[in-house]
Design a protein around this ligand. Structure first.
Ligand code: VG1
Ligand code: CO
Length: 543
């Protein structure tokens, strides 16, 4: 079974986005496509020789074949060992944990996360570094540079490796350890949270629903919620990971998790509801008849984390992506800790977590996590909520109302305009960009602009600078709009419009966010001339 070196040529467009390389599955299945990218990863990190990697993914279509290709390439590139989840399954946070726990040199995660899966949908590959987190931009840029210069890749022509059961195998002298994808992760959760208190809550009649959306969290949620915490069998729905997610769009938001939304807004709603995405790093949290916005969830978790054993010592700081609402900043100020504002994407939190500048991080896109791993973590957020509910003995509604009464309410919404022509989107952004210097002082829809810029971030740990991370326009009184183009889509461009306004008055905390934000929405459309550029003024997804 010799290792073979194949000649190849660069393929354009292999540029990792916000979270790895995402393309249509058929593109990934094309000749040399996956091989080129994986070889570029190995080359960019100084070779795979002697190294240990973690490998797994969310189980979407093509994962099985991609995993075999990557194992054969790792072997032919001289890797010492690959630790792979049984059936090539690993949620993103579980992969992050495994990299850290085993001291691996890095990991390859096969997922397009919240994008749909299947032969006509999306696939993705992401490289994580030794701290367990997504490769920072220096590394993703080096990978992209290699894809543009690649002339050959190495691959074993040995047989496929049986990944169906735990155990150790050998391929070309490389050890392959197949592990249970769930148990180490579930143990980590049991160390962080008061499972005894949550079991008490469950014994007292508390009911919850967890929608795994036919994606990777099914086995994790069943083990943790149903087996270890004693919730009723069937608490977890859509619990079997399917290659096409059963046709569901595994994005936990009110639009795509509609079955869960219907149940939670219905007559016989359980006390608590949650859903996760394709690869298990996102979460949506719901109370009975109540949607919790991700930015509010982050703030509530930061304010109450000390109620969970893993966070009893308090927080070292918090971090949020720039478009995420400032609700968590108010909590941090109260706690006397720093807030860090980063560009969109979890890779920017890694250095802050490693350096001990932050304990809890979050994004408005249903991502929350902490320094327990270096990825956002959907089930972690759900368990922290459960721990808080158990200790406080209150409902989600009471906790949220008390939070707003204390800090005020940051009304928040994100409007997504998907699959618009790329040129139109770019034209819109560049015109808006050109207008930025002239905006301060002008008045739109009764709102006065006081600041307008394009967000740039200097990493306080390594000094690296990331520019062009989103246009932000601040209005007098604190309202804000942000506009940026998505870096995870695979079809045309997606425009994301983020809207925020703080309301201190408790008498005005019960409004519909779309109403509360109406003037900001109108100002945003006016300033960016959205209809003029993309011919639409209605978003397809509102969160
Ligand atoms: C989106 C979100 C971003 C998130 C990223 C990856 O990126 O906005 O907050 O980190 O997805 O999440 P973009 O560039 O499309 O806005 V996941 O769960 O898809 O890895
Ligand atoms: Co995800």
């Amino acid at each position: 079974m010799p290792a073979v070196t194949h000649p190849t040529q660069p393929i354009t467009g292999q540029k990792p986005g916000t979270s790895g390389l995402r393309k249509k599955t058929q593109i990934f299945m094309g000749k040399h496509y996956l091989q080129n990218f994986v070889q570029a990863i190995f080359d960019a990190i100084g070779g795979a020789r002697g190294k240990t990697f973690v490998l797994g993914g969310d189980g979407r279509y093509f994962t099985d074949r991609a995993a075999q290709t990557i194992l054969k390439m790792a072997a032919a590139n001289g890797a010492a060992k690959v630790i792979v989840g049984q059936g090539a399954l690993l949620s993103t946070p579980a992969a992050s944990h495994l990299i850290r726990q085993r001291g691996a040199d890095g990991g390859i995660i096969l997922s397009a996360s919240h994008n749909p899966g299947g032969p006509a949908a999306d696939f993705g590959v992401k490289y994580n570094i030794a701290n367990g987190g997504p490769a920072p931009e220096t590394v993703t840029e080096a990978i992209h540079a290699r894809t543009r210069a690649i002339t050959r890749y190495h691959i074993s022509d040995g047989p496929n490796v049986d990944l169906s059961a735990p155990g150790t195998k050998v391929l070309e002298g490389m050890r392959i350890e197949v592990v249970d994808p769930v148990s180490d992760y579930a143990d980590l959760m049991e160390n962080l949270f008061d499972f005894e208190a949550i079991r008490g809550l469950v014994a007292g009649g508390f009911r919850m629903r967890f929608d795994a959306m036919n994606a990777v969290t099914g086995p994790y949620a069943r083990e943790i919620l149903e087996r270890r915490l004693g919730m009723a069998e069937g608490t977890v729905t859509h619990a079997t990971p399917l290659p096409d997610f059963g046709g569901l769009h595994p994005d936990p938001n009110p639009t795509w998790a509609s079955a869960l939304m219907d149940e939670m807004m219905g007559e016989d709603a359980p006390d608590f509801g949650a859903a996760s995405d394709g690869d298990g790093d996102r979460n949506m949290v719901l109370g009975r008849g109540l949607y919790v916005s991700p930015s509010d969830s982050l703030a509530v978790l930061a304010a109450n984390a000390h109620l969970a054993p893993g966070y009893r010592a308090g927080l070292k700081g918090v971090a949020r992506s720039m478009p995420t609402s400032a609700a968590v900043d108010l909590v941090a100020r109260d706690l006397g800790v720093a807030t860090h504002e980063t560009p969109t994407g979890w890779k920017f939190f890694g250095n802050l977590l490693d350096a001990g500048h932050a304990t809890i991080c979050g994004e408005e896109s249903f991502g929350t996590g902490s320094d327990h791993v270096r990825e956002k973590d959907g089930l972690w957020a759900v368990l922290l909520w459960l721990n808080i509910l158990a200790v406080r003995g209150e409902g989600v509604d009471e906790i949220l109302a008390a939070h707003w009464a204390r800090y005020g309410r940051n009304y928040y919404s994100r409007h997504d305009f998907e699959a618009i022509p790329t040129e139109d989107a770019q034209q819109m952004m560049s015109e808006l960009h050109a207008d930025l210097p002239t905006l301060p002082g002008t008045e739109v829809e009764g709102l006065r602009v006081i600041e307008a810029d394009d967000f740039a971030y200097t990493d306080p740990v390594d000094g690296s600078v990331s520019r062009g991370q989103g246009v932000r326009i601040l209005f007098e009184g604190g309202a804000r709009m942000v506009l940026r183009l998505s870096g995870t889509g695979t079809e045309g461009a997606t425009l994301r419009l983020y809207l925020e306004r703080h309301e201190p008055d408790p008498a005005r905390h019960g409004l519909d966010p779309q109403e509360a934000l109406a003037p900001v929405i109108r100002a945003a459309h006016d300033l960016a001339a959205i209809r003029h550029h993309i011919g639409r003024d209605q978003p397809n997804v509102i969160t």
